[in-house]
Design a protein around this ligand. Structure first.
Ligand SMILES: Cc1cc2nc3c(=O)[nH]c(=O)nc-3n(C[C@H](O)[C@H](O)[C@H](O)COP(=O)(O)O)c2cc1C
Length: 188
């Protein structure tokens, strides 16, 4: 049976390069993985009082329940000011609480950063990995994926125009499938 992977895109922009990348990866994924984008733009900003007072917004509760039903996570993110965009960090924070009830722990993940800039969102990619260490999400180490020059990556149909990049992305998603198989709870 294929593993369900929740995909989080760190941009809300309609023409987001990262969203396009998430869709390309979903199409390239082997049969053993089923990638589904989980929308995070509607999550209210995290406020611990709302959990402590037992009145979390329904959007948080629904998000937490939904994320729990997945077998692993793929983060596709731009870099904002050399770090993780607030919308993605907020989703991670919402999923991590209330204390002791994080939805993230123990499930495998991977990170890919996409930027029109030359260094491919390296800063965001690694700041995100820092959170994943704390959240106990084993994040795939290799291949690393920092996609720079991304404004030129997609053709008019939002396919990858460059064959070498397409091959790299296939290698990335196949390696992730192997990582998920190796790190799934029924395969300790
Ligand atoms: C607030 C803000 C900060 C940004 N900071 C960076 C940055 O540190 N590094 C970078 O490569 N691009 C930076 N950018 C440019 C983004 O990489 C670019 O807007 C990209 O297209 C965003 O991803 P998206 O196409 O998926 O929305 C920034 C953009 C915004 C809006």
């Amino acid at each position: 049976m294929s593993k369900k992977i929740a995909v989080f895109v760190g941009s809300l922009r309609k023409e987001s390069l990262n969203r396009k990348m998430a869709k390309v990866l979903a199409a390239l994924a082997p049969e053993s993985l089923n990638l589904e984008i989980i929308e995070i733009g509607g999550l209210p900003l995290y406020d611990q009082d709302l959990d402590d007072e037992g009145r979390p917004p329904s959007a948080w509760t629904e998000f937490r329940e939904r994320v729990k039903s997945f077998d692993g996570f793929l983060f596709v993110t731009p870099e904002y000011n050399r770090s993780v965009p607030g919308v993605l960090k907020n989703a991670i924070d919402v999923g991590s609480r209330p204390y002791g009830q994080s939805v993230w722990g123990g499930k495998p993940g991977a990170v890919i950063s996409v930027s029109p800039g030359a260094i491919g969102g390296f800063g965001a990619n690694h700041h995100l990995r820092q959170s994943l260490v704390f959240l106990d999400v084993p994040a795939m180490q290799q291949p690393e994926a920092y996609l720079g020059g991304a404004a030129q990556l997609f053709d008019a149909n939002n396919n990858i125009s460059n064959e070498a990049t397409r091959e790299f992305l296939k290698k990335f998603v196949d390696a992730f499938a192997a990582w998920v198989a190796k790190n799934s709870s029924e395969n300790p």
